[in-house]
Design a protein around this ligand. Structure first.
Ligand SMILES: [Zn+2]
Length: 134
């Protein structure tokens, strides 16, 4: 996974950015299975959260590790080649995510970010989601 070419990463980004993609479907399936109901991609909220629980005032984001700079996994590292291209680009994404989280917080919303690398363990994911939604 560390050896993805930029072309491959771009393809991944398109896949991740587009709606109803694999990672998001996994989270939706688990959340639905736990009995929670949600809205999707609310345009009225900062960052257009992937899953929205209006009554609880909570949102879930599903983030690709590379594009959103997951600090805790290999996928989240800046590539060693073309750093002058990747560093500012990925930094912008991180800043945008942080600004969205802050704006949501100020509006009284609670946010849970799930990373793509966490989706391989559905049980753990279920625990996290339940703990977050209460
Ligand atoms: Zn990750």
């Amino acid at each position: 996974l560390d050896k993805l070419t930029p072309e491959r990463r771009s393809a991944n980004m398109r896949r991740i950015r587009s709606k109803n993609t694999g990672p998001e479907l996994i989270v939706r399936r688990i959340t639905y299975g736990l009995g929670y109901r949600y809205g999707l991609h609310s345009r009225d909220l900062p960052g257009k959260p992937d899953l929205v629980f209006r009554r609880r005032k909570k949102v879930i984001f599903i983030h690709g590790c590379f594009w959103h700079g997951h600090a805790e996994c290999r996928e989240g590292r800046v590539p060693k080649s073309r750093t002058e291209y990747w560093t500012p680009k990925l930094e912008r994404n991180r800043l945008r995510d942080a600004a969205n989280a802050k704006a949501l917080h100020e509006l009284g919303w609670k946010t849970l970010t799930l990373w793509e690398c966490q989706l391989a363990d559905p049980d753990m994911l279920g625990v996290k989601i339940k703990r977050f939604l209460g």
